[in-house]
Design a protein around this ligand. Structure first.
Ligand SMILES: [Zn+2]
Length: 217
C-alpha cells in the first residue's frame, strides 16, 4: 500500500486485511516486534535505532522477508510503509524472487497536497480522552473544547501544517517514484483518496477480487 499521509491508507489497510484475511506487515510495527523478540535481526536493528540512525534498507528488507517467508503469509500478505523507496523495492523484488514469490498488486491511494494539509492540519484531539474533531468537517460546538467531556482540544505535533508539508515532501521525493517502478512491473493500481472511504474500499475490493479470479492473487 502506497500513498501520502492523510489519504486514508490506514483505514483501507484495516478493511483489506479483514476482507481478504491477510496478515498485515507495517514496517514500524515489525521492527518494534523484532526488537522485542530479541531476534538476531532485532538486536541489529536496535543498535541502529539506539544510535538514532536509520535502519539500513538491507536490514529492513531482511526483517520483512522473515515474516513473508512464514506459514501465516503462505496465502498472501499486505505490506504498508515498506518499501519506502526504489532501492528498497528492488531489494524486495530480488528477495521475493529468491523465494519464488512476487508482489501481485501495488495499491496507491492518491490525494492532492492541499487536501492532505487541510485534512490533517484541521484535526483536533481532546486532552482527556482523545476524542477527535476537525475544524472544517466535524467542528466542536465551542471552539477548542471537547463536546463530550469539556476538556481542551489540541493539535498533534504530527498534524501541524509545517510537519505535514515536510512529510509530503519526503513522500514525493522518495516514495512516489515507486509508482513508476510498479507501473513498469504492471502491478500498479491507483485509487482516488478524494472519494469516500466506502467508495475507495469498494474500488479496491473489486480490483483485488478480479485479480484473485484471474489467478494473479
Ligand atoms: Zn473528549
Amino acid at each position: 500500500m502506497l500513498g501520502p499521509p492523510g489519504a486514508g491508507k490506514g483505514t483501507q489497510a484495516d478493511r483489506i486485511i479483514e476482507d481478504f484475511e491477510l496478515p498485515y506487515y507495517a514496517t514500524g510495527d515489525i521492527l518494534r516486534a523484532a526488537v522485542k523478540e530479541e531476534s538476531e535481526l532485532g538486536r541489529e536493528a536496535k543498535d541502529y535505532m539506539h544510535r538514532g540512525d536509520l535502519v539500513p534498507d538491507e536490514l529492513i528488507t531482511q526483517v520483512i522477508i522473515e515474516r513473508v517467508d512464514s506459514d501465516e503469509a503462505a496465502d498472501g500478505f499486505l505490506l504498508d510503509g515498506f518499501p519506502r523507496n526504489v532501492s528498497q523495492a528492488e531489494e524486495l523484488d530480488a528477495r521475493l524472487d529468491h523465494l519464488g514469490r512476487r508482489l501481485s498488486a501495488a495499491i496507491v491511494i492518491e490525494a492532492p497536497d492541499e487536501e492532505v494539509v487541510r485534512r490533517l492540519s484541521g484535526r483536533r484531539v481532546c486532552e482527556e480522552n482523545g476524542h477527535l474533531f476537525h475544524v472544517d468537517f466535524d467542528p466542536p460546538e465551542e471552539e477548542g473544547v471537547c463536546d463530550k467531556d469539556g476538556s481542551k482540544l489540541d493539535q498533534r505535533d504530527d498534524d501541524r501544517a509545517e510537519t505535514v508539508k515536510r512529510r509530503l515532501k519526503t513522500y514525493h521525493d522518495q516514495t512516489e517514484p515507486l509508482i513508476g517502478h510498479y507501473d513498469e512491473h504492471g502491478v500498479m493500481h491507483r485509487f482516488d483518496g478524494s472519494d469516500s472511504a466506502d467508495e475507495v474500499q469498494e474500488h479496491i475490493s473489486k480490483t483485488l477480487r478480479t485479480l484473485r479470479l484471474e489467478g494473479e492473487l
